[in-house]
Design a protein around this ligand. Structure first.
Ligand SMILES: [Zn+2]
Length: 412
């Protein structure tokens, strides 16, 4: 009996010691585990990718996928991922997700963290480091090719052509040898260039004429103003569509390809693919939308400055474009076609003032709205500084010369 008792005590002592040892090992394990780096998976959403496909690819726990989706409900729909968008998964060595970060768009991150009580999701703006970039170049072929062919340069080229869209038609007006100088924000993350931010100033010299645009917050929304502080926005856009070429100019006497006779052509014909979107060149109201003889499907807009614009041969008139409807500059009115008297798909664009025909290509437009008087000095100071920078940007040959200049000044 005594022996049995002693044996039991011994066994208990041994078990206790073992237990201590076991606990100590576990303790050490825990300590050792913490500093061990988590595994990181970084990637970009592939075409047609779903979160489920990503989880499967990296052999992650589907249960956690549902928890992440649940925690994101109402914040961001993870059922739809955008192709090309980067994501990052942080995973511990039990193959459990610690964090999931997904770039929703250029400005917003979705952060999903593991917390005590499951996953926690938040949407945060991307905190870019801003630098100023100086970009200078000479046109060869077109603006896009001259700035650079990568995605970020292409977006910058589009923005520049948007800024000058009232003055310069980048499909027909630009010539080899034209020069451009751009001051734009460069946005960086962890020291790596991500994309361009706002354009602060642009100079474009087109066929010897120089155009300037300076960004300024002149009474409300920010906009671009010329060297005299007048908005670059004008009553009419240079062209109602992006086209391949002008197939017929405004003329008092031209040979008609179908009628085989000489008659005036009171508009401009823009050759473009069937279905190319056509937009209103100015703010106005629809006075006609429908079939009209040789015009085919026609939209007529009446503008407050007394002008009317005509858009003919449309394959289709856009939804909502009906007599009396208001349209904004740039708004879709229809699509290029060859209805009416037309040999191939093109837009017949016509402009009238009172009873007169006007050649849209030689229209001298009144200047846009000016910077409010009390802020003219402020604008001139900013434009003056930007001019000094512009003047210092070299216009190198192909491709554009890009220089990361400085940290962006706050508020510029
Ligand atoms: Zn025509």
């Amino acid at each position: 009996m005594k022996k049995a008792f002693a044996a039991t005590v011994f066994l208990l002592v041994v078990l206790f010691a073992l237990g201590l040892h076991f606990n100590a090992t576990k303790e050490r394990e825990k300590v050792r585990r913490v500093p061990e780096p988590y595994r990181q998976i970084q990637g970009s959403v592939r075409d047609g990718d779903t979160l489920f496909a990503i989880f499967k690819r990296y052999k992650l726990e589907p249960k956690e996928l549902f928890q992440i989706k649940d925690s994101s409900a109402g914040i961001h729909d993870l059922g739809k991922l955008s192709a090309g968008r980067p994501y990052r998964l942080t995973i511990d060595d039990d193959n459990q997700i610690n964090a999931f970060v997904y770039e929703i768009d250029d400005d917003t991150l979705l952060n999903v963290f593991r917390s005590e009580s499951g996953f926690y999701t938040e949407k945060v703006p991307i905190d870019y480091e801003k630098c100023v970039h100086h970009i200078g170049g000479i046109i060869r072929d077109n603006l896009l090719a001259s700035i650079g062919e990568d995605r970020e340069s292409a977006l910058l080229a589009m923005e520049v052509s948007d800024i000058f869209s009232w003055d310069i038609d980048f499909t027909t007006d630009i010539q080899n040898g034209d020069t451009f100088r751009i001051i734009a924000e460069g946005l960086y993350l962890d020291g790596e260039f991500k994309r361009y931010g706002r354009i602060l100033a642009v100079e474009f010299i087109n066929g010897g004429t120089s155009y300037h645009a300076y960004r300024f917050e002149g009474g409300g929304a920010a906009g671009y103003y010329d060297a005299h502080g007048r908005s670059v926005k004008k009553a009419f856009l240079k062209a109602p569509l992006s086209f391949k070429r002008i197939s017929s100019y405004f003329s008092k006497r031209r040979f008609h390809p179908i009628l085989k006779t000489h008659r005036p052509h009171h508009g401009v014909d823009y050759a473009a693919s069937h279905g190319t979107p056509v937009s209103a060149t100015g703010d106005g109201a629809v006075t006609y939308a429908g079939r009209r003889g040789a015009y085919g499907n026609l939209v007529i807009l009446k503008h407050s400055n007394g002008y009317r614009t005509y858009y003919g041969h449309l394959s289709r008139i856009a939804k909502g474009i009906k007599k009396g409807a208001r349209v904004n500059q740039g708004q879709l009115v229809g699509y290029v076609g060859k209805t009416g008297l037309a040999t191939g798909p093109h837009l017949h664009y016509e402009m009238r003032a009172g009873g007169r025909y006007v050649n849209p290509l030689s229209l001298k437009q009144p200047y846009g709205k000016a910077v409010p008087e009390e802020r003219v000095q402020e604008f001139m100071d900013i434009a003056g500084k930007l001019n000094q920078i512009l003047a210092s940007i070299p216009v190198s040959n192909h491709p554009a010369h890009v220089r990361r200049a400085s940290l962006a000044e706050k508020g510029m």
